[in-house]
Design a protein around this ligand. Structure first.
Ligand code: ATP
Ligand code: MG
Length: 342
C-alpha cells in the first residue's frame, strides 16, 4: 500500500473548565499563536470535554467565551486560524463514538490523567471522563491533523490518538488517518502548581493561590509569586543546580518562557540571587506580558455576541473540513448515510 501524504495541519484545544491559567498560556496558547501562519491551524474550545465533570450551565457558556477571548487576546486571528467551540460541530461526537469502538479498555486503563482526576473516586466519576481520550482522538483525527501542540501532560493522550489511528487503519485495511505528532517543546511544557512543585498547575485545581490566572491583576500576580513555595537556597550557578528543587526550577522555567529565553540564560543572569530579588522580577515580567492580554480579554468579554459570531463562523469552516472526513469514515466502517446528509 502506498503511504498517503497528509497536508500539514495543526489542531489543538482547551477545555472551558475554569479560567485560563499561566500553564494554559505558556503550554498551549502562546505556542498556538506561534504556529499560526506556518501551516493551517484549527483551534477549538473543547466544551464537550469540560462536561466530563460537573459544570454549571450558565458558567459553562461564559467560560467557553472566556477561553475564546483568551485565544483572540493572545493573538489568534480568525482570518488565519479556524476558531470554534467543539459542540457546534456534531462530527466530533460522532467520530468519538466510532473511536470508542476502536479503543480498547486496557488502553484506557493506562491513562495516568484519568487516575489522577478520578483519584480514589473512580467508581463515581462519569463514564465520559474515562472515555475522554477517545473523544480527544476524534477531535484531532477529524481534521487529519498532523501536529498537535500540547503541554507535557497531554503526551499520553496524543500517543493514544496514534494507537487509535493505527488500529482503525489496520482493522479496515486503509491508510486513512495520519500518525499525528505531538508538538511538545520549549521551557514551559509542564508549569507546576505554585504551592506544590510536584503537581501541575491546573485551572480546575482547588486553591486560587496555586495558579496564576490570565485575568489576575498586578497585585494578585505579585502576591501569588511572593507566597509561592520555594526552598531557602538562592538560585544556583548552573541549571543542574535546580535538580531536586522542583519549586525553584518551576519559577525559573516560567521566567524563561515568559521572556522567550532558555532556562540557562535565566540562571546566567540570576545566579546566586535570593528569592527576595527573583520573585519581584518574575512578578514584574508576568505583569508586563499578561496584563495587555487580560485587558484585551476584558474588552472582548464586554461584547459576548461578537465572540459568539466568531465561534459560529469558525464552526462553519470547521465543518467544511470535518464533514467530508466523517463521511469517508462512515463509508469505511459501513454505516449508511446519504451523501447529502453530511
Ligand atoms: P483541567 O484542570 O480542567 O484539566 P487544565 O488547566 O489542565 O484544566 P486543559 O484544558 O486540560 O487545561 O488543557 C489545555 C492545554 O493546556 C493542554 O494542551 C495542556 O497540555 C495545557 N496545559 C494545561 N496545564 C498546563 C501546565 N501546567 N503546563 C503546561 N501546559 C499545560
Ligand atoms: Mg487538563
Amino acid at each position: 500500500m502506498t503511504e498517503t501524504t497528509f497536508t500539514p495541519r495543526v489542531f489543538s484545544g482547551i477545555k472551558p473548565s475554569g479560567g485560563l491559567t499561566l500553564g494554559n498560556y505558556l503550554g498551549a496558547i502562546k505556542r498556538f499563536v506561534g504556529m499560526q501562519g506556518q501551516m493551517e491551524t484549527v483551534y477549538c474550545v473543547v466544551d464537550l470535554h469540560a462536561i466530563t465533570v460537573w459544570q454549571d450551565p450558565k458558567e459553562l457558556a461564559n467560560m467557553t467565551r472566556e477561553v475564546a477571548a483568551g485565544y483572540l487576546a493572545a493573538g489568534l486571528d480568525p482570518s488565519q486560524s479556524i476558531l470554534f467551540n467543539q459542540s457546534q460541530v456534531a462530527a466530533h461526537a460522532e467520530l468519538g463514538w466510532i473511536f470508542n469502538c476502536v479503543a480498547r479498555v486496557g488502553w484506557m486503563n493506562r491513562m495516568t490523567q484519568f487516575k489522577d482526576k478520578a483519584g480514589s473516586n473512580a467508581e463515581k466519576v462519569s463514564l465520559g471522563l474515562y472515555a475522554y481520550p477517545s473523544l480527544m482522538a476524534a477531535d484531532i483525527l477529524l481534521y487529519h491533523a498532523t501536529h498537535v501542540p500540547v503541554g507535557e501532560d497531554q503526551k499520553q493522550h496524543v500517543e493514544l490518538t496514534r494507537d487509535i489511528a493505527a488500529k482503525f487503519n489496520h482493522d479496515f485495511g486503509v491508510d486513512f488517518f495520519p500518525m499525528t505528532e505531538p508538538v511538545i517543546e520549549g521551557p514551559a511544557m509542564r508549569i507546576m502548581n505554585l504551592r506544590d512543585g510536584t503537581k501541575k498547575m491546573s485551572k480546575s485545581g482547588e486553591s486560587d493561590m496555586e495558579r496564576i490566572n490570565m485575568t489576575d491583576d498586578a497585585d494578585k500576580i505579585a502576591k501569588k509569586f511572593k507566597k509561592a513555595k520555594t526552598d531557602p537556597e538562592p538560585l544556583p550557578e548552573t541549571l543542574e543546580g535546580l535538580d531536586g528543587r522542583p519549586e525553584a526550577k518551576n519559577l525559573v522555567e516560567i521566567y524563561a518562557a515568559l521572556n522567550d529565553q532558555s532556562a540557562e540564560a535565566v540562571i546566567g543572569e540570576y545566579a546566586g540571587a535570593g528569592w527576595g530579588r527573583f520573585k519581584p522580577a518574575l512578578a514584574d515580567l508576568a505583569v508586563e506580558k499578561l496584563s495587555p492580554i487580560a485587558d484585551e480579554m476584558a474588552r472582548l468579554m464586554a461584547d459576548p455576541a461578537e465572540i459568539d459570531r466568531i465561534l459560529s463562523e469558525g464552526a462553519d469552516k470547521a465543518r467544511e473540513i470535518a464533514n467530508p472526513i466523517l463521511r469517508d469514515t462512515y463509508g469505511i466502517v459501513g454505516l449508511l448515510r446519504g451523501q447529502n446528509q453530511f
